[in-house]
Ligand binder design. Structure first.
Ligand SMILES: [Zn+2]
Length: 169
């Protein structure tokens, strides 16, 4: 940065032609040199201050980071793996959406009905989990909260009705 640049930036405006001429003369003097030196120093200090301000603002942004249960690492956690196996054992490895099983060559996923990112408190809730094949799970997306689980209450009601009917014969 030239001396003229420094002074113009320091003043926040361009010097007029006449001022520029006078400035040239001013810079020949000790006072002129001292003034520019001071202006350079102040500009550097304010730049440093701005940088520090930015650095302080940064951690605030990082605070918005994902809750642990919404991260990939969560899927590696012991708690999740254990619950996942429990869900697969409970329902069996059959896609609740299309009925595919590993025999069809599909990979089974244990899916969060209500997505982890939006409902972190339900990440380890058995009742929030369903078995889907990889394809159905990927087709689902985080926006879709469809519960594909078989309706146990409904099937029990049908069975009860059937038994009542059979008994009445
Ligand atoms: Zn499926």
């Amino acid at each position: 940065m030239t001396d003229l640049d420094v002074i113009q930036r320091y003043l926040g405006r361009r010097l007029t032609e006449k001022e520029t001429l006078n400035f040239g003369q001013f810079m020949m003097t000790q006072a002129g040199k001292a003034t520019v030196k001071k202006a350079r120093k102040e500009l550097a200090a304010s730049r440093k201050k701005n940088k520090a301000k930015k650095a302080v603002n940064k951690p605030a942004k990082q605070k918005e980071k994902l809750p642990f249960v919404a991260t990939k690492e969560f899927l590696e956690s012991y708690e999740w793996r254990q619950l996942r196996v429990k869900v697969l054992n409970h329902y069996g490895p059959r896609c609740m959406c299309c009925g595919a099983t590993p025999e069809h060559g599909v990979k089974m996923h244990v899916d969060h009905i209500k997505p982890r990112r939006k409902y972190p408190e339900l990440a380890l809730s058995f009742d929030n989990l369903q078995v889907l094949c990889e394809e159905c799970n990927h087709g689902k997306g985080n926006w879709n909260e469809t519960d594909w689980r078989p309706n146990h209450d409904a099937s029990k009601r049908v069975t009860d009705e059937l038994m009542a009917h059979l008994r009445s014969l």
